[in-house]
Design a protein around this ligand. Sequence first.
Ligand code: ADP
Length: 304
Amino acid sequence: DVCVLGSFMKDLVASAERRPLPGETLHGTGFAEFLGGKGVNQAIAAARMGARTAIVGTIGDDRYGEEFLELLKTDGVDTGWVVRHPELGTGVGLPLVLPDGSNSIIIVSRANAAITPDDIEAAGEVLTGSRVLSVQLELPVEASRAALRLASTAGVTTVLTPAPVGPVDPSLAEFVDILVPNEVEAAALTGLDCDDSQVAVIARKLADEWDLRGCVVTLGSRGAFVLDRSAELEVRVPAYKVATVDTVGAGDAFCGSLAASLAEGAGLADAVRLANAAGALSTTVDGAAASAPDRAAALALLDA
Ligand code: ADP
């Protein structure tokens, strides 16, 4: 079983020819809404891989919160541990996308920022009763640390995606078994360039500094690098060649799928092979949460 602690973000995406000037009201050229947040994306990815999955996090007592509960239920994710904040609304992201595909994003964490160690305590049963706990860095660090500590002490395998990129509180390290940075995060965490010649050095450096069981560096269209210290194994896994349309959420599809395989007892390298297929397939579909593939599709790519 997989438990994901993480964020809920409703994205309201505007497209425009350019950014508005200060004081200007600009007509946009398009609008779309998506349900996302790294926590939700990873939980859906894990559930679609066939894992019994629960999510822990905080939403508002509002319409967006309802939309999340419905979406998660459709994919069979247990939402019984989600806290509804009575005053703060559900988190929102407001991206502005320009014609060249570049974007500027405002995010307002709202209820996500209100999760406390007490909320984590209240979810102790699911945090300690799962086989794998997956955490990212979109929630307050006190809550993330409390969850990692509880799970790790109970012998649950803990996986941390150090995203979004930024400084990581060193007190998290002792409770993390497997770290899964992308290349930008890997470079930021070590101060080294994450090119092909350096990725093994980076993974070993992180594994030493964090005292990890394993480190997986995701490399976008170049695949992933796995260091599994418990199996004394280092493997470079090349990416699948697919018809990519939107890479947003690839990392979340990868991590959710990785957590699902680990929960089944797969070794890290095998879990990465399936995650690599799931990540690739997620880039063939628009959106983030909705783009994670199901198990059959990922297995079909794996065997192709
Ligand atoms: P993030 O979304 O966090 O930036 P990455 O870009 O490293 O993470 O993508 C995560 C994983 O998704 C990669 O390790 C790979 O398995 C898969 N992936 C991402 N982009 C592509 C792509 N263009 N083609 C095939 N697989 C991809």
